[in-house]
Design a protein around this ligand. Structure first.
Ligand SMILES: NC(=O)c1ccc[n+]([C@@H]2O[C@H](COP(=O)([O-])OP(=O)(O)OC[C@H]3O[C@@H](n4cnc5c(N)ncnc54)[C@H](OP(=O)(O)O)[C@@H]3O)[C@@H](O)[C@H]2O)c1
Length: 257
């Protein structure tokens, strides 16, 4: 089929036939994205670093309900591991249509106490791995290829201290995506950043020390759930979303407006 899918096809399985790789899919936002893409009909490979139990159980949850999922151990801090994960997903599903760069790490510390080791770790996982995965995926992404990276509203806002390096990495992701959108647009490949506000995950528990203050900074008065972010990603992953590119979408409940 060369034209857009019929509306009733979209409603039933908007990502049917699409093949996706999600980095950091074993827990939190990534697991929400894996579930949502699979529910929309995509075959979804996802990476994890160490939570094999959680990754295996998510794979089984999806395959057990008739979907397609495949867990791959791959540390995003290791470029070769990222390249192998992309190659593995391509081999398993005979191609790739959607890359979701979700794996990310945070470290909170005042600037004088921020070690270079932590700086390098955040840059390696949050930025370099995004670049490496995109480079590795590009030979396989055809027209209607989709690249979605999970940034953060902290790329644009500075409501709290101690997150300067994290903010730097997420601003880097947004800049990389915007520029690549320009470069890859003529090939029909879109590149977008979804910028969550506070989402209830292990990284940012809604019962944590600063949770009440964070909640108060949202317009809606509560944290997001991973599925709230996954909804935005699932839309951007569709072939029909081809006119949205270079965007940084805040899905943040009006955080730090
Ligand atoms: N939660 C928030 O409020 C929030 C807000 C804005 C942006 N974000 C961004 O959203 C993304 C997901 O965050 P989250 O809250 O879902 O985090 P999370 O609950 O800590 O989950 C992180 C996921 O990424 C994986 N991961 C971490 N480091 C990895 C590495 N080096 N290699 C491969 N996988 C790795 C983890 O795998 P394992 O299970 O194996 O450890 C896990 O699946 C991150 O990019 C984060 O910066 C989060």
């Amino acid at each position: 089929m060369t034209g857009p899918a019929r509306l009733d096809d979209i409603a039933v399985a908007p990502l049917a036939g699409r093949r996706a790789l999600v980095t950091g899919g074993s827990r939190g936002i990534g697991a929400g994205i894996v579930r949502r893409l699979a529910a929309d009909g995509a075959a979804v490979a996802f990476t994890y670093r160490e939570a094999k139990g959680a990754a295996d159980s998510l794979e089984q949850e999806i395959t057990g309900s008739g979907g397609q999922a495949w867990a791959i151990q791959a540390d995003s801090a290791e470029p070769e591991a990222v390249r192998m994960a992309v190659a593995g997903a391509v081999e398993r599903f005979d191609g790739l249509d959607v890359l979701v760069n979700n794996a990310g790490v945070s470290h909170v510390a005042p600037v004088e106490e921020f070690s270079l080791a932590d700086f390098d770790r955040l840059v390696a996982v949050n930025v370099r791995a995004v670049f490496v995965a995109i480079q590795a995926a590009l030979p396989y992404l055809g027209a209607s290829g989709r690249i979605v990276s999970i940034g953060s509203v902290l790329a644009d806002r500075a409501p709290i201290g101690g997150v300067s390096v994290y903010s730097l990495t997420k601003a880097g992701v947004a800049g990389l995506s915007r520029s690549l959108a320009r470069e890859l647009g003529p090939r029909g490949i879109t590149v977008n950043t979804v910028q969550p506000g506070p989402v209830e995950t292990d990284l940012n528990p809604d019962s944590g020390e600063f949770a009440d203050a964070i909640r108060a900074m949202t317009a809606v008065g509560h944290y997001a759930q991973p599925r709230d972010i996954a909804d935005a990603v699932a839309f951007l992953a569709r072939a029909e979303a081809g006119f949205v590119t270079g965007a940084s979408w805040n899905v943040d409940g009006g955080y730090a407006l």
